[in-house]
Design a protein around this ligand. Structure first.
Ligand code: BTN
Length: 298
């Protein structure tokens, strides 16, 4: 890997032509070098004619989560940067962190507002997970946010709410893999840290706890997530912890899926992370996360 060239790349998006002029080579040569670096898995990002590198790379652990963490000031979406990195061999536990996203996304095609300075946005690569356990990952991530921040309640399947019910953090799990029983998961978490730039319905951590540096929060989150992952094989403890933080358990809720709406009592979550609902029709329904939305019934 040509670390000399890597060091000359900017840490904020810059046109390739500007980079070429600074390095003193023709545009085509700069492009060839950058693509060669990318193919070697170098910590940089290329988006149309813009290029930039991670401003920091850190190794939090030799094994487990944070084996390599790439910190960016700004990316389109940490999920996409991680996907590109995974395609060139990122290891299990690889992490991408950004302070701003220009195309952050949430569940069900929604966007995730990610202005600079308001939050921290990260994606963790979890390789070779049993498919049967994948539904527990968003629950584990929610618990890890609560543990790391010391506040919050959990709304099935993916939301962390502040004590007043506004949304504090969101979790997005995206899977890939060719094996029928195992998959690779990109677990994305967006945590709101500061009020400025956020819509009124969003909560920020600074409203509830003394401000910590974003990197301290990221480290704490990864350590907590690692502890919950170690318990995936016997999920009852994880589920017990999740239940104590869950909102609307035992209450009447609505589960919406497209135009379909199921109403009933939120009974529990099962060992795969699915929601169990006693419908108003008396039947027991098992709802898997996917494209569903949970609401408290009016
Ligand atoms: C949701 O509540 O709908 C999930 C939001 C997930 C947002 C995070 S921010 C880091 C990662 N990158 C993205 O583009 N999305 C996730």
């Amino acid at each position: 890997m040509d670390l000399g060239l890597l060091a000359q790349l900017p840490s904020r998006p810059e046109p390739m032509a500007t980079v070429a002029a600074r390095v003193g080579v023709p545009l085509a040569t700069a492009e060839r070098w950058v693509r060669a670096l990318l193919a070697q898995g170098a910590p940089l990002w290329l988006e149309q004619d813009l290029v930039w590198r991670a401003d920091r790379v850190e190794h939090l652990k030799n094994h487990g989560l944070g084996v390599e963490v790439r910190w960016f000031e700004v990316v389109p979406s940490t999920q996409d940067v991680l996907a590109s990195w995974a395609a060139v061999g990122a290891p299990h536990g690889a992490v991408v962190v950004a302070r701003q996203q220009t195309a952050g996304r949430g569940r069900q095609g929604r966007s995730w507002v990610s202005p600079p300075g308001s939050g921290v946005y990260l994606s963790v690569l979890l390789r070779d997970l049993p498919v049967a356990r994948a539904g527990l990952l968003p629950l584990a991530a929610g618990l890890a946010v609560v543990d790391a921040t010391g506040i919050g309640q959990l709304k099935w399947p993916n939301d962390v709410l502040a004590p007043d019910g506004r949304k504090l953090a969101g979790v997005l799990a995206e899977a890939s893999g060719a094996e029928p029983r195992r998959l690779d998961l990109r677990l994305g978490v967006g945590l709101n840290l500061r009020r400025s730039g956020l819509p009124p319905e969003a909560a920020a951590l600074e409203e509830w706890v003394r401000h910590r540096r974003p990197e301290d929060w990221v480290r704490a989150f990864l350590a907590c997530l690692e502890r919950w992952l170690a318990r995936l094989a016997t999920p009852e403890r994880l589920l017990d912890a999740w239940r104590t933080r869950a909102v609307w358990l035992g209450e009447t809720v609505e589960v919406r899926q497209g135009t379909r709406c199921l109403r009933g009592v939120f009974l529990d979550v099962d060992p795969s992370g699915a929601l169990l609902l006693r419908g108003d029709d008396g039947a027991l329904h098992r709802c898997v996360a996917g494209e569903v939305q949970l609401r408290r019934a009016a």
